[in-house]
Ligand binder design. Structure first.
Ligand code: ZN
Length: 143
């Protein structure tokens, strides 16, 4: 097993609620580090942004998911106490989750044809980041 240092990648979001696909960036790290077999853990170090795996082709899916979340978790509720006024963002973040694990096989992230890794902004626009931890099960190179 081979351990790689955690990689931090910046991301600028452009709306209060937005899903941004990051699959290509994660796949690039897999290629750069020449990993054939392993795992990639992608996580978000924010309390109002999340990460998930979902539709990579039809942008209407992202639209519908964000609208459904907004309906389920309104921006204003009479009982919200949090002074920043972004309690909806915190709730959405915990529901969606802060990490995904993707298997790497034959040098590629194992994802379905229509699956992509999506960074989910819930209180943008902001400068954000996400973290990628790679682990390789390949034999270490022989010197
Ligand atoms: Zn807050």
């Amino acid at each position: 097993m081979r351990n790689f240092p955690i990689v931090t990648l910046p991301l600028q979001t452009k709306a209060r609620n937005q899903m941004l696909e990051i699959t290509d960036h994660v796949q690039r790290l897999v290629v750069q580090n020449e990993i054939q077999s392993g795992i990639a853990i992608v996580c978000v170090p924010h309390t109002t942004a999340a990460i998930t795996i979902n539709e990579n082709a039809d942008p209407d899916v992202k639209h519908d998911m964000l609208e459904k979340l907004a309906t389920l978790i309104p921006k204003q509720e009479n009982y919200y106490r949090h002074g920043e006024g972004n309690s909806d963002s915190h709730v959405k973040t915990s529901l969606v989750g802060n990490s995904v694990t993707v298997v790497i096989e034959n040098g590629k992230l194992v994802l379905g044809t229509w699956q992509g890794i999506q960074f989910c902004e819930f209180d943008g626009p902001r400068q954000r980041k996400y973290l990628v931890k790679l682990v390789s099960f390949d034999r270490p190179p022989v010197d």
